[in-house]
Design a protein around this ligand. Sequence first.
Ligand code: 5AD
Ligand code: SF4
Length: 441
Amino acid sequence: MTQTVAGAKKLFIKTYGCQMNVYDSQRMAEAMGAEGYVLTEDQSEADMVLLNTCHIREKAAEKLYSDLGRLKPLKAERPDLKIGVAGCVAQAEGEEIQRRMPIVDLVVGPQAYHRLPAMVKKGRGVDTEFPAEDKFEHLPKSPATRRAPAAFLTVQEGCDKFCAFCVVPYTRGAEVSRPVSRILAEATDLVSRGVREITLLGQNVNGWHGLGTDGAEWGFGRLIRLLAEVDGLDRIRYTTSHPNDMADDLIEAHRHEPKLMPYLHLPVQSGSDRILKAMNRKHTAEQYLRLIDRIKDARPDILLTSDFIVGFPGETDADHQATLDLVARVNFGTAFSFKYSPRPGTPAYDRPEVESAVADARLQELQALLSKQQKAAQESMVGRELSVLFEKPGRLPGQMVGKSDYLHAVFVEAPQAKVGDLVRVRITHSAPNSLAGELIG
Ligand code: 5AD
Ligand code: SF4
C-alpha cells in the first residue's frame, strides 16, 4: 500500500476566502483522489498546484496573481507541473487569467468542479460554465475515510439578493438549494466517518428551500429539525444568513432544538437606513434590531456575529455613527468589518468613493468597538460550564483544543481524551483569541 502512495501524484491546494471554498477544496481533493492524486502540504513536491480563489474584495483577488508570480520559477524548473485556478476569480476572469499568467494550465469555475478530473487529463483548458447538471451529484463519492469531528456541508449555493457591492450573484450564480434526500445522505455519511458537528453552508443558507422527503418544498428550519434527528450528530451550525430570510420556523428551531448551537452570523453591513437602501439590502436598521430581539427571545444566550462594510459610496459621518449606534445596541460576540472595495460588474462600482483615509479611520473606529465587545463576550464565559468538542491536540503535552457551543476555541488539559470527544468544561481563563478550561467530573 505504501508503494501506491509513494508512486501517487501529489496535489497541493491553497484555499482563499470563505468556508464554502474550504468545502469545495475538500470535494475537489476527493475527486482528484479518485484519479490517483494524494494531497501534499509541500508545494515544491507537488505534481499539481490548485489555487481556489476568492473575488470578494480586490485584495483577495490580487493575492492570486502574486501567488502565481511566485510559482513561475517552480514551473520553469518543472514544466510538467500542472497549475490550476479554481473558485470565484476563475469564474469572474476566466481566460483573462491565462492571458496574464500563461503558466496557468487550467481555469475552472465553482460550478464546473466535477469536470476538473477530465480537464486535468486533457492538459489545458478553461471551464466557467454553469452546467445544467448538479455538480454535487457528479463529483465522485468520498472514499470511506475518517473525517475530523467538525465538517462543512453545502446545502445551498448562489445568491439572488444582488447587494450593490457584491460579486457573489455573478461568480456563484443564481440561488440553488440541494434536495433534502442528498443533504441527509451526505450528513449520515459524514457521521459514519466520525463527524459530530456539521456546519451547513450557503451564501444565503437560511434562504434554503429544497425538495423535502415528502415531495413538498421545505424551509430551512424544517431541514434543521430533520438533521437533528440523525443519531451521532451532536451539533448543527449554519452560515451565512441574510436577515430577510430569518423565517419564524428557523427562529423557533433556535428555541427548541438543543443540537442547534447558540451562534448566529447575521450580516447587517451598515446601521444607516440610507446606506442600507443604497446597498440594496432591503431592510432597515430598525427591522434588523427587531429581528435580533426576536432571536434573543428564542435563545437568550445566542452569540451574534456580523459583517460590516465601511466607506460605502455616499457614506457620511452621520451614517457611520448610525453603524456604531447599531453595534452598541446589539452587542456582537465577534464581527468582521471591511473597507469597501469597488468590484467591477457590480452596481456600486462606478459610484463616487469615500476618501480612502476617511474610510480607514472609520474602519479603525468600528473595529475598536467590535473588539471591545468581542473581549467582553469572551470574558463573560469565564466561570461558565460549556460543552467542548475536541478537534486536535493543543500545544502543550496532554492538552486538547476544541470549540465551545459559542464557537470559541477552548484549551483544556485532558491527557486521557481523544479528538472527537464532546466533554463538559468549566471555563477558567480568557486569552486574546481563546479560552482555557478544565474538565468537569
Ligand atoms: N467590499 C468590501 N466588503 C465586501 N463584502 C462583500 N463585498 C464587498 C466589497 N465589495 C463583505 C460583506 C460580506 C462579506 C462576506 O464580505 O460584508 O458580508
Ligand atoms: Fe452578496 Fe448580498 Fe448575496 Fe450576501 S446577500 S452573497 S452580500 S449579494
